[in-house]
Design a binder for this molecule. Structure first.
Ligand code: PEP
Length: 261
């Protein structure tokens, strides 16, 4: 970890109404305020975005979208463009979440186009990468994340790096059926992610925040947060209630602070 803030956030997936998302942001701010050296974020469904954005004004909490289409406009029923997200006031768009890749067939090439479209719209990008169970079984975690990064970030200019955050989320570790990853496994693949970023961008690749996500909870967050290579935690189920969000954040941040002091 460098002098980057500690990043902590949650993806609501297909949960939470606009009212619930708004209340979440409000309660979160009431519980945590705007702590120094920390960047909090929430990623609600599309229908909640405008309400969450309104509630997040002046709190320092970033509101992100879960996906977007790469086209600027057109006959793409059911899709949302980067410009629409930008107009809704979101701070960030998450691209390449494992469920998008697995359940909706999102390819690296499509993600490349989405990254470019997000940049054109001036959005910050949270790019998710990670191997699936089969890739892990064959021992190609490093190759998998390198391929995902190299394609998604093809033609990405170093000048745009301040708008990029990467999350390492092993597919086999995410969601209900997921197994928490061993710390050594996270460290191994995070090292390869960092190395790929440096291959792509030289020393500027060191500046990109790298988060970890996948069955993170109160029991294991401390071990992940302590890792030097990890700048923050990206949490699903364990942070869907404000109380859980606050507990996991506080434990993770305390562990990071202790590890770096
Ligand atoms: C996720 O879906 O990005 C995630 C990390 O979920 P969970 O923590 O529930 O595994």
């Amino acid at each position: 970890m460098t002098d980057r803030p500690f990043y902590f956030g949650t993806n609501f997936k297909m949960h939470q109404t606009p009212t619930e998302s708004r209340q979440f942001v409000s309660d979160l701010h009431e519980r945590l305020g705007s702590p120094d050296s920390v960047q909090l974020f929430v990623i609600p469904p599309y229908t909640s975005l405008v309400w969450a954005v309104e509630e997040a004004v002046d709190t320092g909490i970033w509101v992100g979208a879960q996906n977007m289409h790469f086209a600027e406009r057109g006959a793409f029923t059911g899709e949302i463009s980067a410009a629409m997200l930008q107009a809704a006031g979101v701070d960030m768009v998450m691209l390449g979440h494992a469920e998008r890749r697995q359940l909706f067939g999102e390819t690296d090439a499509a993600l490349h186009k989405k990254v470019q479209a997000a940049l054109r719209a001036g959005l910050r990008i949270l790019l998710c990468v990670g191997e699936n169970a089969e890739e892990k079984a064959f021992g190609i975690e490093a190759e998998t994340v390198a391929r995902q990064l190299k394609i998604a970030l093809h033609n990405f200019r170093s000048d745009d790096l301040p708008r990029l955050i990467v999350a390492y989320e092993p597919v086999w570790s995410i969601g209900e059926g997921g197994t928490p990853a061993g710390v050594a496994d996270v460290e191994y693949t995070a090292r390869h992610i960092r190395a790929t970023l440096v291959t792509l961008f030289g020393t500027a690749g060191q500046t990109v925040p790298l988060l970890y996500g996948g069955s993170v909870n109160l029991d294991n967050c401390v071990d992940y947060a302590r890792l030097d290579l990890i700048d923050g935690l990206f949490v699903g189920r364990a942070a869907w209630q404000v109380a859980g969000y606050v507990e996991v954040f506080q434990a993770g941040f305390a562990a990071k602070t202790e590890a770096t002091s």
